[in-house]
Structure formats: C-alpha cells, structure tokens
Design a protein around this ligand. Structure first.
Ligand SMILES: Nc1ncnc2c1ncn2[C@@H]1O[C@H](COP(=O)(O)OP(=O)(O)OP(=O)(O)O)[C@@H](O)[C@H]1O
Ligand SMILES: [Mg+2]
Length: 625
C-alpha cells in the first residue's frame, strides 16, 4: 500500500510543479521522491505511517506528504537546489523592458500607424523620418531597406544603409536605413521607424522587432503595421511608460474580389496580373504555361532570389515599355516591393509548411491580396481572385476575417544571458545549452521564446566538426543566414567556420559560373552560390574583419551572379527541379502531368467547416480588407 502511495506521489503533476517553487527541477524530482520514500520508511512514526496508509494513493495523501517532502529536500539537497536555482535565475527573461535602462530613462513618444496593406502607413512614417535631424528606418527585409535608402537619397537627404550583408556609409549622413536585426540600441535618434511591427509575433524573427521597440533610444518612434499587435503594444507601452498615439488608416480604394475567377485556365491571365503560387516549382510551372499558351511574358519573384534580382524583376514588371506584363510570385511579394499590380490571382491557397500541406493563413492571404492596386500607379483600384472557382470561398473568407489579436510577442536572449546560463551548466554542448535554456527560461505572459531549430541545426553541425570556437563565436555563427536544407550552403558555412577557428584567412573557394543558367539545375546552383556569397559578407560584418579578407571580391561576385540570375530568369523555360530531388514533397506526385494543370485542388485540404454557401450573385463583391 505504502509503495503505491509513493508511486502516486511521484507521478503527481501537482507535486512536481509545486516542487519547482523550492527549485527541485523536473529532472531531479523522481530521485528526490525515491530518497524521500526511503527516509519516510525509516524515520516516520508508526502513527503517521498508519495515517498515510489509510489515505491510500490519493491527492489527500500527496497534500499531506508534500510539506514533509519540502522540509526533507531543503535539508538533504541544498546543492541541487542551489544549482537549479542558479540555472533558472540566469534564464530569466521576465520584464524584458528592464533590459534597456537608457531607453527607460527617456520618455519616448510612440506613434502606431495602424491599418491594412497599401494604406499609406510607411509613406507617412517616412515623412517624419525625413524631416528629422537624425533618423533610423528599420526594415523587415534587405530589399525594403535598399528601397528606402534609394528613395531618401534621391530626395536629397543623405542616408546610409546597413544590413547584415552590406554597410554603405554615405558621408555626412544623419539618416540610416537598416534591417531590423541590425538596429543599434546604443545610438540616439530623433525619429525611428519600425516597419511591419506585426512581425513581433513571428515565431522565428519576432525578437528583433521586440528588441527594437523596447530598446531604441529615440524621442519619437513610428510603428507601421496591421492592427494585430495594437493591444500588446499598448500593454508594452504601459510597462515602459512611453506615450502611445494611434493613427488608423483605411485602404485608398477598397479591394474588389472578382467572383468569376480564371475558371481554372491560365489562358485567362491579363496584363498587370500577379499570379501567386507557394512553391518555387509551381512558380516555374505557371510561368512556363503562361508563356506557352498566351502572348504574355512573366517576371518571377520568390524567396531564394537575391534582393537585387527581385527588384530587377519588379522593375521589369512595372515598366510598361516591355513585353513583361505578368508577374508570377511566391508570398515573397507580400512585403516591401513597389509593384504595379492590377489583380492578384491565387494559383492555390495552400502551401507546404515544411511538414504538410496547409491552408495559407488568412492574415497572409490578406497581405498578399492587398498588394493589388496602388495609389498613383496605372492601377489605382485593386482586384483579387483565384485560378479555380472552388478556391474562391476561402479567399473571400480570409479577406473578411478581422485581424486576429496577437497575445504574445517574441524574445530571444542576448549572448550575455546565454553566457550567464552556461556558467551554471558547464561541460554541455552549445546546442544542449540552447535546449536547456528553452526548457528552463522564465517568461512573462506577453512573450514567447523564438524558435531556434535553425540555430540549433547550425550549432549542432559546428559542434561536431569544428573545434576551438568560443561560446560567443558559436552563438554568432549560428545566426548566419544559411538555408539549412541546402547541403552545399551548409558545407560552405562549415568551411568558413573551420578556417575561422584556425585563425586563417577565410577564402571564398567558389568559382564564378561561366554564364547564365541553361536549365533548372544551373539556376539552383546560381541561387546557392549567391546565398553562399551573401553568407560570407554577413560573416565579414559579424566577425573579425581580417579573417574575411575577400569582401570586395565577394561583393563583385554577388553582383555578377545576381545579374546572371536576372538574365537566366528572362529566358527560363525549363521544367523546375527540386533542391531535394531524392526526397519528393507531397505535391510532386503529379509532376508527370503536362501543361499547367494544377496538381489538384489543394483547397480541398482546407476543411469546409461552414455550411455550403451560394456564390456571390454579383459579378464582383466588395470586401473591406
Ligand atoms: N500621401 C501620399 N501621397 C502620395 N503617394 C502616397 C501617399 N500615401 C501613400 N502613397 C503611396 O501609396 C503606396 C502605398 O503606401 P505605403 O507603402 O505607405 O502603404 P503601407 O500601408 O505601408 O502598405 P504595406 O502594408 O504594404 O507596407 C506607396 O506607393 C506610396 O508611395
Ligand atoms: Mg508599409
């Protein structure tokens, strides 16, 4: 009977949770219970023993035994408790606003430009930025940082550029456009702009926006974004003591849904259309089909293309004096590019999330569809529709959905915090350290720890194969921008890290391709090569400069490859290949199908929870998106 009582105690979630309060960790709890049992059998009085037996394996017995257990633990395990306590306290991510005492000493004015896509939020924030004596613009993408850098300089205001890959210092400039990860919380500004603030809730990169909001030393901070993080920004401003002003925006022209759709036929594309597909493979299939069956020519934009090439494609599409009048793009068009799109056509509304095919989230559908129509362009009114009739309902549904309120935003520890934590856990690998940190860190209700699978994957590779890197080097290397699914890119990162750890100059060791790509394998190779060069440049800005002596060469090569990519895309008319040819993705089963037949209506994967609705009777329906 007594055995059962202790077994029940050991399995009690309540007891193991309560034990955390006296810093008995979950991993140590079972051992503590075992020893406690032994102690209890030996030392308890017959009366108490009997009483516990009458309670039996029950919550009552657990509650009765727990205070005795606590007393026993405090007495018997002071070292374990001290160690675990130290570990937990060094993984304390509560009250992140207190991490920035200088920003807290200021009374900052925060202006939230709140509204849907294409409503003038960034435009208005940039007006204030340009008026300021000293200003910083924080962008979600390199591309957008470059765009602002060009625009502001063109208007006669000296502005520098800083991204992970490039530093362009413009003499006498007091303005800077940077990517949000690169923002300095040391410098003082009059006006700061943090664009796409809703990215605070991004599962991987969210911490960078949170850090910028909490830590920027600026008298005036302009946030641009959709309404999803408004309430949490209000809460954060209450914590920081900053003054918050809200400015609400509507689209200049409402977005209109075309109920007719393209009736499943890409021959129905028109000039000014942007066809959105969610994989590289589909993008090329669509481009090929359109160019084969119509007189339109297509530009393409997708995530793996360098920003320069994406911009080049965007310009080609925007420019009216050429034959490229249709754009085929991935969700990479959702943000940052100036595009003259008449109509956004969704080729499908599902995407592969690395694991399975899922419906594209409503917020993303809204953001992409909202790119249609642009003030002052030749298409001021925005239209959107789907290729297939059966996807239309889901599109309308997404556009009607209000922005979902975000409850938590991302955080990630600084190196110093990880270092402190490492002090409590000597002799574990950096990867294990991150894992333990994730398990033990404490967070307030408004924050989550950003996902770091990507970082762990790189850390793990370096752990096994590169000796002699300090903890800080490992931490920094793990943030290098690398596609972890691309073995070639991973190989080069490993090579860079090995050379760095031996303190020898890191070479590029990669030849220039002879010309533009003649097939998809060569195109993929160009994409990879550019990513490797981009990684080299990133490392050169984050580590000792002397160890990366070939920055100039890498820059030139990167520019040349971006050009080659541009040339390749113009003539691309081949079947796409997969980067992981051996591991077919689910949608590849239909690869044998010719032409532009879509694999199958992916939307069927989206369970129709709603009762069947009749289609809108009018030709078009207005949706307040
Ligand atoms: N007052 C204005 N005068 C002239 N052009 C404007 C004005 N406001 C906005 N625009 C133009 O309208 C377009 C959309 O504006 P902007 O990029 O600021 O929208 P946004 O709300 O930031 O959209 P997104 O959510 O896509 O970032 C831009 O091309 C911008 O230059
Ligand atoms: Mg904007």
């Amino acid at each position: 009977m007594m055995q059962e009582v202790f077994s029940y105690f050991g399995k009690s979630g309540w007891a193991s949770n309560q034990a955390l309060a006296i810093y008995i960790g979950l991993s140590f709890f079972p051992t503590a219970v075992q020893k406690f049992r032994k102690f209890f059998f030996e030392k308890s009085s017959a009366g108490i023993f009997q009483y516990v037996v009458t309670l039996g394996p029950s919550d009552a017995a657990v509650k009765f035994l727990f205070p005795i257990f606590v007393e026993y633990c405090l007495e018997e395990f002071p070292d374990e408790i001290k160690r675990f306590r130290g570990m937990v306290e060094s993984a304390d991510l509560t009250k992140p606003h207190t991490w920035f005492p200088f920003a807290r000493a200021m009374k900052r004015k925060i202006i939230y430009h709140c509204g849907p896509t294409n409503s003038g939020k960034t435009y208005n924030a940039l007006q204030r930025f340009m008026e300021a004596k000293k200003g910083i613009y924080c962008s979600p993408l390199r591309l957008l940082a470059m765009e602002v850098f060009d625009k502001v300089n063109a208007l006669g205001i000296y502005c520098s550029l800083q991204t992970g890959q490039e530093k362009k210092y413009v003499p006498f400039s007091n303005h800077i456009a940077c990517t949000v990860e690169m923002v300095s919380t040391d410098d003082l500004y009059d006006v700061a702009v943090i664009d796409e603030i809703q990215m605070m809730s991004d599962r991987c990169r969210g911490y960078a926006w949170t850090r910028a909001l909490l830590g920027l030393k600026a008298d005036e901070i302009h946030l641009c974004g959709d309404p999803s993080v408004l309430s949490i920004v209000q809460k954060i401003c209450a914590d920081t003591g900053d003054e918050l002003h809200e400015r609400h925006y509507e689209r200049f022209k409402p977005l209109v849904v075309e109920a007719k759709t393209l009736l499943g036929d890409l021959k129905n594309v028109r000039s000014g259309d942007c066809v959105v597909a969610f994989s590289r493979r589909e993008i090329f299939e669509v481009k090929m089909a359109i160019e084969k069956h119509t007189n339109h020519r297509c530009c393409v934009i997708y995530g793996a293309l360098p920003p320069e090439t994406r911009r080049h494609q965007a310009n080609l599409f925007n420019d009216q004096d050429n034959e490229f009048d249709v754009l085929v793009a991935s969700d990479a068009v959702g943000m940052g590019l100036n595009l003259n799109i008449r109509r956004v056509v969704f080729y499908s509304l599902s995407k592969y999330n690395g694991d399975k095919i899922v419906p594209v989230p409503a917020s993303q559908v809204k953001q992409i569809a909202g790119r249609a129509g642009r003030r002052g362009s030749r298409y001021p009114d925005g239209l959107t529709t789907t290729l297939q009739l059966e996807d239309l309902d889901y599109l309308i549904e997404c556009l009607k959905q209000p922005f979902e309120e975000v409850k938590k935003v991302g955080l990630f520890p600084f190196f110093e915090q990880v270092e402190l934590f490492a002090g409590k856990l000597p002799n574990v690998t950096f990867c294990k350290l991150l894992e333990k940190f994730g398990e033990n860190c404490r967070l307030d209700g408004s924050y989550f720890l950003c996902r770091h699978d990507h970082i762990k994957k790189v850390a793990n590779m370096l752990e096994k194969k590169v000796q002699g890197l300090s903890l800080e080097d490992r931490f920094n290397f793990s943030f290098a921008p690398v596609n972890i699914r691309d073995p070639k890119a991973m190989y080069h990162l490993l090579r860079f890290a090995s050379a760095y750890s031996q303190n020898v100059p890191v070479s590029i060791a990669m030849g220039m391709p002879k010309g533009s790509a003649r097939n998809d394998a060569e195109l993929l190779d160009l994409e990879t090569k550019h990513q490797v060069l981009s990684m080299y440049l990133w490392l050169s800005h984050h580590f000792k400069k002397e160890t990366f002596p070939y920055v100039k060469k890498a820059e030139t090569m990167a520019t040349d490859i971006a050009d080659l990519l541009g040339q390749s895309l113009i003539k691309a008319n081949w079947k796409p290949e997969s980067r992981q040819a051996r591991k077919p993705k689910p949608q590849q089963k239909d690869a044998s199908q010719p032409g532009y037949e879509r694999p199958r209506s992916l939307i069927k994967l989206y369970e129709k929870k709603k009762p069947e609705k009749s289609l809108p009777s009018k030709h078009t329906e207005k949706v307040a998106a």
